[in-house]
Design a protein around this ligand. Structure first.
Ligand SMILES: [Zn+2]
Length: 220
């Protein structure tokens, strides 16, 4: 899963109004942020195979240190211990749950253990629909939990969410000719994760948490 993770990051604002979206955006991708150096250092392995699955060009050969259930729990606990934020720890763990929905049966429960995955990536339109729905639902929760301080704050996050969905469409339906080494692709992904977290941090500063639960409305 890609942009769907950010729906969780946006919705987290409701539970932890003072936590910047910059941090929640990083937390929901934390396992992938670790996965990139793990791939580059040869600790974990993957191959780029165009058309491998309708919604994924990557064959995940092994990634027990970043994406096994046991290690996902361990990383979540570690982030919780360091940040003292159960919400950030929960955001980290949410990555595994959403990955479990989309991945083919390649997510190990523990190193060398059974591999699981519901396989939504077998369906391109289904993947786009589910990812977009989670992102839009998260955006809805975020907009209801905060109010704009500036005009940019009013519309910025909506435009950004639209951009993320457009990137997802390009990812899912664009032509990919790359094959073999996954290195360049994962570096690009790492830059994207950091850039998106930076944009989320910047846009989040233009909104503020509502003092208390308001009436049912969108505070755009
Ligand atoms: Zn992942």
């Amino acid at each position: 899963m890609f942009v769907g993770h950010y729906g969780i990051a946006l919705a987290a604002k409701r539970l932890s109004p003072r936590t910047s979206l910059g941090w929640t955006f990083l937390a929901v991708q934390f396992l992938d942020v670790l996965w990139v150096p793990a791939i580059l250092l040869g600790i974990e392995h993957a191959r780029m195979i165009p058309g491998y699955l309708p919604a994924s060009n990557i064959k995940f050969t092994d990634f027990p240190w970043t994406h096994s259930l046991v290690m996902a729990i361990a990383w979540s606990w570690l982030v919780f211990r360091f940040s003292k934020s159960a919400v950030l720890g929960g955001c980290v763990f949410s990555h595994w749950v959403l990955d479990w929905v989309v991945h083919a049966r390649d997510l190990p429960l523990y190193r060398g253990g059974p591999e699981v995955g519901l396989g939504l990536w077998h369906y391109r339109a289904g993947t786009l629909a589910v990812e977009s729905a989670i992102l839009i639902a998260g955006l809805w929760v975020y907009l209801r939990a905060t109010q704009a301080k500036t005009t940019m704050g009013r519309y910025g996050m909506i435009v950004f969410a639209g951009l993320l969905i457009a990137i997802d469409v390009a990812n899912l339906y664009g032509e990919s000719s790359a094959s073999g080494n996954v290195g360049a692709g994962v570096i690009f992904a790492e830059v994207a994760y950091c850039t998106f977290a930076g944009i989320a941090y910047w846009l989040d500063r233009m909104r503020e948490p509502l003092p208390e639960e308001g009436p049912v409305r969108l505070n755009i």
